[in-house]
Write a protein that binds this ligand. Structure first.
Ligand code: NAP
Ligand code: MG
Length: 479
């Protein structure tokens, strides 16, 4: 069995234990065995990052550009091979997986560019003869904790800006997907970074994640994952005075107005709710549909769902891969039951499927006749389960869309410029989509949400520097 180790202080080292990595679409396929760190190994990684920080933060932007550009180039060149690994490990279809690896490559290339872009300001003081400079400096050692749903792209959109802005990294991937994390770390290990600048510590959240969050040597933590874990980090990380960025769940609405182009509405709904097996924080889970189009829309969505192929992600013609884990599958199926107990109608799907290979397959589910107060419309399910809420008009649709603790992404399908603009202005979400699925975002612009979905500055695009740098204001007087 192939054993893959942690990367600490520039060396590959065994952990305190080993964890096996199983393909969710083919339970007979074991990808390998991966090291699990303990608290001491996390501390070694933090210490190595601290030692590396001084020289690394003083190296030239060109050195940072070169390393990031090399990592991005290799990801792009190997997107097919790494995409297959991603499908085997996480389940999403090969097309989705290859696109995710390419996205990770583009993110490294983008942040290579950020490393050599000027970020400062220089201006006059309000006092005579005094000049003011505003510059950005790295924060220090950053701990990066990531979920399993985008095992290449999310690590990339944290690691790349951290390094671009001169920080050192201690990276903990989700325990479900060490293979992608290890492959990425292996590429990073050959990119010319000095020892200790980048460290990989695989293992569980309760051991490795906690040790990162509580280590006084970690100046900042960026986390993507569930709201529950995020709230715990708020206590641990903010409580000790360190910087924190949280990207958490969503309960994203897709509003469909009477004047919507039905094929567009159906594509937005099916893509947004069910592609990537619904395991996207930006997935649509509430279709909020105006009365006049409701029945036509529901019938057309069901027709489209009947044509979707659920199966093994490496097979041709598959639209939806397996659910990523047994516990996530159980959660999805239980919400299908909860919805029906609350009075929803299961209009399509929602059952476990068997396939030639054993895995966690399920038919995407559509619940109709639901109301905004039902649990299926309030709690994040994180699977291919969507519900339909009938509304009278735009005003009611907007109110229902905003009636949620979350605020990540919100979409509307309409031909009305007036309603599209009003939705863009008044949706309480970090990202708004017009005639597009709620999921599927560009890599060069900010990403993030409001309310219970996010905490701290935005990720991605140039805005990422707000988290990964500290601002310094310097005054100079020449007598
Ligand atoms: P999760 O259970 O919160 O785990 C996320 C990461 O935190 C994992 O690496 C996990 O390790 C670690 N962790 C768990 N307990 C911890 C603790 N006590 N201290 C420190 N770290 C800890 O989330 P998930 O199940 O992997 O992912 C699904 C969630 O991610 C959904 O809620 C989804 O909405 C959210 N998500 C949000 C975004 C966004 O940008 N808003 C993007 C993608 C996903 P283990 O793997 O060992 O548990
Ligand atoms: Mg989890």
């Amino acid at each position: 069995m192939n054993r893959s180790m942690n990367f600490v202080a520039g060396e590959w080292i065994a952990g305190a234990g080993w964890k096996s990595d199983i393909n969710p679409g083919d339970l007979a396929d074991e990808l390998g065995s991966y090291a699990s760190a303990d608290g001491r190994q996390v501390q070694d990684a933090v210490d190595a990052a601290r030692r590396a920080f001084g020289p690394w933060s003083a190296c030239t932007p060109q050195q940072r550009f070169d390393a990031l550009d090399r990592i991005g180039g290799e990801l792009l060149a190997r997107k097919e091979e790494l995409g297959i690994l991603l499908t085997r490990e996480q389940g999403k279809t090969k097309a989705e997986a290859v696109a995710e690896v390419a996205r990770a490559g583009s993110i490294f290339k983008f942040f290579a560019g950020e490393a050599v872009r000027l970020h400062g300001e220089k201006g006059e003081s309000v006092r005579a003869g005094v000049e003011v400079d505003v510059t950005r400096e790295p924060v220090g050692v950053v701990g990066l904790i990531t979920p399993w749903n985008f095992p290449m792209a999310i690590p990339a959109w944290k690691i790349a800006p951290a390094l671009a802005h001169g920080n050192c990294v201690v990276f903990k991937p989700a325990d479900l997907v060490p293979g992608c994390a290890w492959a990425l770390a292996e590429i990073i290990s050959r990119s010319g970074l000095p020892a200790g600048v980048f460290n990989l510590v695989m293992g569980s959240g309760s051991v490795v994640g906690q040790a990162i969050a509580r280590s006084p040597g970690v100046d900042a933590v960026s986390f993507t994952g569930s709201q529950k874990v995020g709230e715990g980090l708020r206590r641990d990380v903010v409580g000790r005075g360190a910087r924190l960025q949280l990207e958490m769940g969503g309960k994203n609405p897709l509003v469909v107005l009477d004047d919507a182009h039905v094929p567009t509405a159906v594509e937005c709904a099916v893509n947004g709710a069910f592609f990537s097996t619904g395991q996207r924080c930006t997935a649509s889970s509430r279709f909020i549909v105006a009365e006049g189009i409701h029945d036509r829309f529901v019938a057309a969505v069901i027709e489209r769902m009947k044509g979707l192929t659920v199966g093994y992600g490496l097979e041709d013609g598959v639209d939806i891969g397996p659910v990523a884990s047994e516990s996530q599958l159980a959660q999805n199926l239980s919400y299908v039951d909860i919805g029906q107990q609350e009075g929803a109608r299961l209009a399509w799907g929602g059952d476990r499927l068997s396939r030639e290979r054993q895995g966690y397959y399920m038919a995407p589910a559509l619940l109709t006749e639901t109301s905004p107060d039902m649990r299926v419309n309030r709690e994040e399910i994180f699977g291919p389960v969507a519900s339909v809420i009938r509304v009278a008009d735009f005003e009611q649709a907007l109110a229902v869309a905003n009636d949620t603790p979350f605020g990540l992404s919100a979409g509307i399908v309409t031909a009305s410029l007036k309603h599209a603009n009003a939705f863009k202005r008044h949706a309480k979400a970090g990202m708004v989509m017009v005639n597009l699925p709620t999921a599927g975002v560009d890599y060069h612009v900010p990403f993030g949400g409001r309310k219970a979905s996010s905490f701290g500055p935005r990720e991605q695009g140039s805005h990422a520097r707000d988290f990964y740098t500290v601002t310094k204001t310097a005054y100079t007087f020449c007598p």
